[in-house]
Design a protein around this ligand. Structure first.
Ligand SMILES: NC(=O)c1ccc[n+]([C@@H]2O[C@H](COP(=O)([O-])OP(=O)(O)OC[C@H]3O[C@@H](n4cnc5c(N)ncnc54)[C@H](O)[C@@H]3O)[C@@H](O)[C@H]2O)c1
Length: 320
């Protein structure tokens, strides 16, 4: 979306909305435009992306007369788009929806590809489905009100794309974070998702940096994208050190700072790697290793072997 007025014109066609409450408080133009609409507002979206609030939202839309040909518009960061998309995928056996990502992380990742869901006490995103939005209305200026910590988290995901796509690497190294860079990340993810919607093959590459990143996220209170950036750095140190120069130049261009990680809880870290059901199949874990810019290898490795490599490498052993 090139202008706010175009976006407002577009969303004004619809009646039902899920929106991030904080975002609405920061963007009066959108808030005012939604005054005559049926809006379910989500406060603290990560905390409220749960079954109880899901039920409240379903009750709200059903009592407001939503029908099978309604089209839900979801406005917010990744937690809101996951939540709203899940409402759309389940209410009345699924209705159409479109998304307006308002954080960098949502723009380059969460709002693209149709993975939607809510959290369960046993873990994040354990209830969900695949339900592609009809449209993705990204408006770059929404990032202007985003807290620096949230920007940093989104940049961690952008950094990942630098190693998947030569075009994105070149863009980042020319202009850092820009509307063009973000759009290139969105286009790249869309193109992968079109080929492998259910993540049976090619889509797995989008987990670059996530294997070790998620384990770090389990142990430390560090934003997701920064854990991904850390996880990517470790994978390069362990398996592809010749690409570290590219890593650091891209990092600098993005004005991204890798989190300082001190001692980690060894048992928690490795038991997470072992129990990550998505990546760990019969004791083997799939790790994604960049071999050059735009070229990756998906390597299956026993979790025990990965642990030994991590605990014997000079760059990583001191974390434990
Ligand atoms: N479905 C997927 O494929 C996918 C991929 C990655 C992450 N995710 C999910 O995305 C979520 C993380 O997304 P996130 O980082 O956007 O977090 P978020 O949605 O919690 O938003 C972060 C914070 O930014 C605020 N905010 C939103 N837009 C703003 C704006 N324009 N200006 C100021 N503040 C704004 C929100 O209120 C919130 O406090 C997690 O729940 C994660 O599971 C999903």
């Amino acid at each position: 979306m090139n202008s706010l007025s175009n976006l407002l014109e577009e969303i004004n066609k619809y009646k039902y909305f899920v929106a991030d409450a904080k975002f609405l408080s920061l963007w009066p133009e959108i808030h005012t435009a939604l005054k005559s609409k049926k809006v379910f507002c989500l406060d603290s979206p990560e905390e409220n992306k749960n079954f109880e609030i899901y039920q409240q939202a379903i009750d709200f839309f059903l009592s407001e007369g939503i029908t099978r040909d309604s089209h839900l518009i979801v406005i917010g960061g990744g937690a809101t788009s996951d939540f709203g998309g899940f409402i759309a995928s389940t209410i009345l056996r699924g209705i159409k929806w479109s998304v307006v990502p308002t954080t960098l992380l949502a723009a380059v990742d969460a709002s693209v590809g149709g993975k939607v869901g809510i959290n369960h006490q046993k873990g994040k995103n354990l209830i969900g489905s695949f339900h592609l939005p009809e449209n993705n209305y990204f408006y770059y200026d929404f990032l202007k009100t985003l807290a620096e910590e949230e920007m940093q988290s989104g940049k961690g995901e952008v950094l990942k794309y630098c190693f998947l796509s030569q075009e994105i690497f070149d863009l980042v190294n020319m202009e850092g974070l820009s509307q063009k860079t973000v759009q290139a990340c969105i286009d790249y993810k869309m193109q992968i998702v079109e080929k492998d919607f259910y993540e049976k093959g090619e889509r797995i590459q989008l987990n670059l940096g996530h294997t070790l990143g998620h384990a770090l996220e389990k142990c430390e209170n560090i934003p997701h994208g920064l854990c991904v950036a850390w996880g990517l750095e470790k994978i390069l140190e362990l398996f592809s050190p010749s690409l570290l120069d590219h890593f650091y130049t891209s990092l600098k261009k993005l004005e991204l700072t890798i989190p300082e990680v001190q001692k980690l809880d060894k048992d928690a870290f490795f038991s997470y790697l072992k129990s990550d059901k998505k990546k760990n199949i019969e004791g083997e874990i799939s790790i994604i290793i960049p071999r050059s810019i735009g070229e990756i290898e998906i390597k299956k490795i026993e979790t025990k072997e990965l642990k030994d490599i991590i605990l014997s490498n000079d760059n990583t052993k001191n974390y434990f």
